[in-house]
Ligand binder design. Structure first.
Ligand code: IMP
Length: 412
């Protein structure tokens, strides 16, 4: 059995990772987030109750699981406080289970203002970011200007650092974007209070992970966003600002590559994208509307409608090259239940998709829990994807609930 399991989005995010992390976590000891921030939206449905997580790892609904925020995550302490408050209201026990790295770069209100001001100035050319300050916070990290969680342990020095950082950004906000500026004192006071509340959750993440592995514990590394949004390998510049692909796990948590035994691709049975940028198989017709409505394709973070299209096997091949997936979880297959014909993109020609057409199964697959009980046309759809991608499909998800899955190969 596998001890180090990665769960990564193979498309443009929103593939249904949260649900699968939650499912696998039943058998795991820890879940680690290693990139992104509260731009993510992981929807979990347990006993009919929906919980949307943005920052806290999706293992939090399981009482004995440690939830770790690695150094690669850009951390908004405001967002964290809000999320913890909601979880506590829902009687989810957080104590001693949420742990974080002191190296996490902080997302400050000034980053959010910069993100929004930039998008506004770009107008029609905008990236369509979530407006959570993700890009500007990562820029500060790379430029070595940023404030990190651990910096707040020293009140005097962190105030100096924050003042310098705000001086720099205020100049740009005022002179380039004609926007409001920020003063350090109040912001710093709040950060110190927040730090006091969370300082006991700060750990040395690489060492902690190493110890868990040495004690034969199981760890899930939970990706956010998807491969095609990767800052290096995605559809640049219409991407997020972190490495959403497998390499991000090692830099963003300090876990060693050899500890990873299994890399699971989460692939939606069709394709969606939020924000701007190319989308080869995008649909603007009735079929797109059906996917959107049946799939409830509205962003969990921003409430924006997701763009919808057919499955694109060409871009998935690329995802496989980059991530070296061991297996695939095909999600939301039930969304395709009503289609008479289903298209799958198997090639590009002159910048247009070439489709292979499949007969739909035109019946509900909800409640099916064994592969053999699926309609023949659904089996063929799954089988052909597997053959084309040359990676086994180990799980099929056929509904939002925790138990709505068909486990083909039990690898956990
Ligand atoms: P940012 O991550 O807010 O900078 O946004 C950059 C791009 O990534 C935009 O197209 C967003 O819509 C997209 N994005 C960010 N987070 C997610 C996510 O969790 N799911 C899907 N798309 C996302």
């Amino acid at each position: 059995m596998n001890n180090g399991i990665a769960i990564l989005g193979a498309q443009w995010g929103d593939e249904g990772k949260g649900k699968i992390v939650d499912l696998l976590t039943e058998k795991c000891d820890a879940v680690v987030r290693f990139q992104g921030g509260h731009n993510a939206g992981h929807t979990l449905v347990v006993d009919g109750k929906t919980t949307i997580l943005h920052l806290v790892p999706s293992g939090i609904l399981h009482d004995n699981v440690k939830c770790i925020i690695g150094n690669g995550v850009v951390l908004s302490l405001d967002a964290l406080s809000e999320e913890i408050e909601i979880l506590e209201k829902n009687k989810i026990n957080i104590d001693c289970r949420l742990l974080m790295s002191d190296n996490c770069p902080l997302i400050l209100p000034v980053h959010i203002a910069l993100d929004k001001a930039r998008e506004k100035k770009k107008g029609k050319e905008k990236i369509g970011t979530t407006g959570r300050g993700i890009g500007p916070a990562y820029e500060d990290k790379i430029s070595r200007r940023g404030l990190r969680l651990g910096d707040l342990s020293d009140e005097k020095q962190s105030l100096e650092k924050l003042t310098e950082l705000l001086d720099y950004h205020n100049y740009i906000l005022k002179n380039f974007y004609d926007s409001e500026i920020f003063s350090p004192i109040q912001m710093h006071e709040k950060l110190i209070l927040q730090y006091e509340a969370y300082k006991d959750c700060i750990i040395d993440v690489p060492e902690y992970i190493e110890k868990l592995f040495n004690d034969n514990k199981k760890i899930v590394f939970e990706g956010a966003q998807g491969t095609l949004l990767d800052i290096d390998h995605g559809t640049y510049p219409y991407v997020t600002s972190s490495n959403t692909t497998v390499g991000g796990i090692f830099t963003g948590s300090g876990a060693a590559p050899k500890k990873l035994d299994y890399i699971l691709a989460i692939v939606k049975s069709y394709t969606t994208r939020v924000g701007s940028g190319p989308f080869m198989t995008e649909l603007f017709d009735e079929n797109g509307k059906i996917l959107s409505e049946r799939g409830h394709e509205v962003g969990a973070t921003t409430g924006r409608e997701r763009r919808c299209g057919w499955l694109d096997l060409v871009s998935l091949k690329r995802s496989i090259i980059i991530n070296g997936f061991t297996g695939i979880c095909l999600t939301k297959l039930d969304v395709l239940d009503t289609f008479k014909k289903i298209q799958v993109c198997v090639d590009y020609h002159d910048n247009k998709p070439i489709y292979k057409e499949y007969e739909g199964w035109e019946q509900s697959i909800k409640g099916v829990s064994e592969f053999k009980d699926l309609p023949e046309n659904a089996k063929k759809y799954i089988h052909d994807i597997e053959v084309y991608l040359d990676v086994p499909i180990d799980i099929v998800s056929n509904g939002p609930g925790r138990k709505e899955n068909i486990i083909i190969n039990k690898f956990f």
